[in-house]
Ligand binder design. Structure first.
Ligand code: CA
Length: 223
């Protein structure tokens, strides 16, 4: 398995190269955006670990141009702590996953194995479940044709649930995906946010899409 790490902080890239090599990956490192993009479009990699703040060309531009050229190599984006807009942008532009800096190496490894198992992700610009629709490029959610007025966090929470339609997501997993991977298991925050989201997504409509699974978490699925 061959990986590309696009990261300008030499300390981080050296650490990643060492750790990933020890786990059997062949690793190339690009320290600036242009070089990163050139290597990424070559298509020689099984996955790409992409920092956002880069000299030359930033991570968003690399991701956008890569997808625009039809390259579906899985990409894990490294984002700044708690930058919720970054995560929404990343998913919209076709990132397969993201990690918040600073992250544990074991977490990166787990995510990497997971996206490599999944294979190249489908990156739909629209997601729909029943009459609920999300346009990822326009950051717009509608239900029965009616626009839902969601905050950035609510939008990300909805995306997280919709991308895994029918799958029961634990509060911890939701907390990691929407807030922070090191989220300090105050999962009450998740319950409060889901309640707010339901008020907008489900309350005005007869068919409920977001369901509570007692003792575990939540699932989004049509009745
Ligand atoms: Ca950087």
């Amino acid at each position: 398995m061959k990986l590309l790490v696009v990261e300008d902080e030499t300390k981080t890239s050296a650490y990643l190269r060492k750790g990933l090599s020890e786990h059997g990956f062949v690793v190339d490192v690009a320290a600036d955006g242009r070089r990163g993009f050139d290597l990424a479009v070559s298509g020689a990699y099984d996955a790409i670990i992409l920092d956002i703040m880069l000299p030359g060309l930033d991570g968003w531009a690399i991701l956008r141009d890569l997808r625009a050229q039809g390259k579906q190599t899985p990409v894990i984006v490294l984002t700044a702590r708690d930058a919720v807009q970054d995560r929404v942008a990343g998913l919209s532009l076709g990132a397969d996953d993201y990690l918040v800096k600073p992250f544990a190496f074991s977490e990166l490894l787990a995510r990497l194995h997971s996206i490599l198992r999944r294979g190249p992700a489908r990156q739909p610009q629209r997601l729909s479940v029943g009459d609920l629709e999300v346009d990822l490029l326009q950051h717009r959610a509608t239900r029965a044709g009616r626009r839902l007025d969601l905050t950035a966090k609510e939008f990300l929470l909805l995306l997280t649930l919709m991308r895994r339609e029918g799958e029961v997501l634990s509060r911890t997993l939701i907390a990691e995906q929407v807030w922070d991977m090191n989220f300090d298991s105050d999962t009450n925050v998740v319950d409060v946010a889901v309640r707010r989201l339901r008020r907008k997504v489900d309350d005005p409509f007869p068919d409920k899409l977001i369901h509570t699974v007692r003792g575990i978490g939540y699932v989004l699925r049509p009745r």
